[in-house]
Each structure stands twice: as structure tokens, then as C-alpha cells.
Design a protein around this ligand. Structure first.
Ligand code: NAI
Length: 335
């Protein structure tokens, strides 16, 4: 069977990590036909649009995409491309597994960190509803709805049941934002009651950050509204080696977009030094999503083996290998 996958290489180091990852996917033996489309700064230069219609047309056909990092120009009032993609495709789940790679030197080396972060991806302070009330006073609206809360919570608990995870921790600030975070939390409790076999607890976001640093091994599945999820998922990535390592996925009912969560790394773009691990780990998630479980776990194991060996690691994680040398080592493991 041939899978049709939209590939958005992106900007900066995006094309380098995208080529590396496409090679790794192909080396698993899975049949893939890529639909390559441009978004971001390069697309803007060529078409005058950061997100040309061709991106959505392709994703409508394939329903699944792999995306490198994108540059959103800071000035000029452009909405973030990533936020626009999530909104237009209704990708309401942001999913980030955070696991330690064997051999990788981090501050928490030896600590068995294995947590899954579910972040609501569509509303909260990312609704883009901001205005100047009077000169010098600006209001940003934090939108929390029962519908959006229940659907991320159902997705989280269903995943926990399917994957036999033991605990879900909801993270909030309902002691201060009694109405908005209070609603999110009430919905969490409702959904938790439908899953009695899964332990459920709650943490206020500031305490959650401290506990994550003090006792990261005690966390299992975390469930957060959008803004806390954005911040806490980067904190969690830092526990296991940073954004160059962890994968990410944006999931909805109709579409799934797997991505590198790091940026375009303009300081090393074009130098052959980019670490493609994050996008490769996202590709392993993508393969599982397509039902290619064996290929997914082979790719995952190949990444683990290369890290355990430690002789073909890129500069950012203490090695001296180029992007291509690291990728060749992954492919040798798959061969
Ligand atoms: P960044 O993640 O691009 O870079 C931060 C540091 O990490 C740099 O020193 C970079 O060299 C290093 N780094 C990041 N990924 C790496 C990798 N795979 N291999 C080796 N080193 C890596 O973050 P920064 O500098 O804040 O953002 C740069 C640009 O990226 C901005 O235009 C921003 O808008 C965009 N961006 C895009 C994202 C996305 O599309 N998902 C996410 C974050 C930023």
C-alpha cells in the first residue's frame, strides 16, 4: 500500500531535517508518495502568501502531513502560520510525548521520564481576540468553552485507556481564573468520572512547573488548556534534551499534522549541522497514525540505538556528526 503524505519542508533548517526524515521513512520500507508544498517565508517570497491554498488542497487530499519549522514574519500583522493551520484544519489536540533517549546527556540523565502532554490547541488566549479598550489599555480575551474542553479531555482519557496509562493530571489556575479555568476543570472531572480505572489528579500550573523539575518521573499524562500547555510542553522538552529531540503532533477528526516543535534555527541553517531527531520522532508517530506500527517502532528503535551508541550524534547534543552522517547511521540501523 502506498501512503500519500503532504510534506511541508519549511524554512531555515526545515528542508535539511525534512529530507533526512523522508529518507528515514522510506528506509523503513513503507510505500510513500510525497506531496511537497511550500509554506512560510519561502512561500511568501514566491507567491506573496505565507500559507498558499496549495497547502490546504494537498492536506484535503492526503489528510496527513509532516511539517518542518516555519518563519512567521514578526512585523506586519501576520497571524502565526502554525496557529492558522491548527484553526483551519480544526486540529484541536496538541500531542507531545516526552521521553528520555538512551545515552543522551541531560541534567536528568538516569531519571525514567515518560510523560505524554495533551494540550488544547484551538482556544484560550490563542483565540486572537485582542483590542485596545482605550489608549494605553489592551484586552486579550481568554476563551474557554465547554465543547472544546470536553473534546480535548475525551481525547486524553481515551488515549490513556487505549495505551493503559495509569494517571491523568489536569493543570490549571482555577484558583485565580475561577470562571474560565474553573469550567475547564469541571469538564475534566466530568470526563474523568467516565474512566474510573485511570487515576485523576489536579495541579495548579505554577506548582506543576516546580513538580516537573523536582520529580519529573512521577508524571504520566498531562492535560492542559492552550497557554499552559504551550509553556509546560517546552519545559518538559527541556527535561529530556530540548526541542531538537521531542516530537509533536496536531490532531483533529479529519486531519493530522506531525511536526518538529523547534524553530527554523537560522544560526545553523544550510550548514549541515541540524539535528533531525525531533522530526524523525514525529515521523514515527505519523507511521503509527497510518497503521504502520511495525515501521513506527523500527524507526523509534533505530533512533534509540544511534543515541545509545553515541558515535553519530549531531553537534547540538554533544557529537560531531553532520545531519547526513546522523541520518546515514539511522538508515544503517533500519537496513
Ligand atoms: P529555534 O528553535 O529556531 O532555535 C533555538 C536554538 O536551538 C538555536 O541555537 C538553534 O540553532 C537550536 N536548534 C533548534 N532546532 C535545532 C535542531 N533541530 N538541530 C540543532 N539545533 C537546533 O528558535 P528561535 O531562534 O526562537 O526561532 C527561530 C525562528 O523559528 C523564528 O522565526 C520563529 O518564528 C520560528 N519558529 C518556528 C516554529 C515552528 O514552526 N514550529 C517554532 C518555534 C520558532
Amino acid at each position: 500500500m502506498t501512503h500519500h503524505i503532504t510534506l511541508i519542508p519549511g524554512d531555515g533548517i526545515g528542508p535539511e531535517v525534512a529530507v533526512a526524515t523522508a529518507r528515514a521513512i522510506e528506509a523503513t520500507g513503507v510505500g510513500v508518495e510525497w506531496e511537497r508544498v511550500q509554506a512560510g517565508a519561502k512561500a511568501f517570497e514566491e507567491t506573496g502568501h505565507l500559507l498558499p491554498d496549495s497547502v490546504f488542497e494537498s492536506l484535503e487530499r492526503t489528510r496527513v502531513g509532516l511539517k518542518g519549522p516555519l518563519t512567521t514574519p514578526i512585523a506586519g500583522g501576520h497571524q502565526s502560520i502554525n496557529v492558522t493551520l491548527r484553526k483551519r484544519l480544526d486540529l484541536y489536540v496538541n500531542f507531545r510525548p516526552v521521553r528520555m533517549l538512551p545515552g543522551l546527556k541531560t541534567r536528568f540523565q538516569g531519571v525514567p521520564i515518560d510523560m505524554i502532554i495533551f494540550r488544547e490547541n484551538a482556544e484560550d488566549l490563542y483565540s486572537g481576540l485582542e483590542h485596545e479598550v482605550v489608549s494605553g489599555v489592551v484586552e486579550s480575551l481568554k476563551i474557554i468553552t465547554r465543547t472544546a474542553s470536553l473534546r480535548i479531555e475525551q481525547a486524553t482519557f481515551s488515549f490513556a485507556r487505549r495505551e493503559a496509562r495509569k494517571k491523568v493530571t489536569a493543570v490549571h489556575k482555577a484558583n485565580i481564573m475561577k470562571m474560565s479555568d474553573g469550567l475547564f476543570l469541571r469538564c475534566c472531572r466530568e470526563v474523568a468520572a467516565e474512566f474510573p480505572e485511570i487515576k485523576y489528579d489536579e495541579l495548579i500550573v505554577d506548582n506543576a512547573c516546580m513538580q516537573l523539575v523536582m520529580r519529573p518521573e512521577t508524571f504520566d499524562v498531562l492535560l492542559l488548556p492552550n497557554l499552559y500547555g504551550d509553556i509546560v510542553s517546552d519545559l518538559a522538552a527541556g527535561l529530556v534534551g530540548g526541542l531538537g529531540i521531542v516530537p509533536g503532533a496536531n490532531l483533529g477528526e479529519g486531519h493530522a499534522l506531525f511536526e518538529a516543535v523547534h524553530g527554523t534555527a537560522p544560526d545553523i541553517a544550510g550548514k549541515g549541522r541540524a539535528n533531525p531527531t525531533a522530526l524523525m520522532q514525529s515521523a514515527a508517530l505519523l507511521l503509527a497514525h497510518l497503521g504502520e506500527r511495525q515501521a513506527s517502532s523500527r524507526l523509534h528503535q533505530a533512533i534509540e540505538s544511534v543515541y545509545a551508541e553515541g558515535t553519530h550524534l549531531t553537534v547540538d547534543v554533544g557529537g560531531s556528526a553532520s545531519t547526513v552522517e546522523f541520518t546515514d547511521a539511522i538508515i544503517a540501523q533500519l537496513g
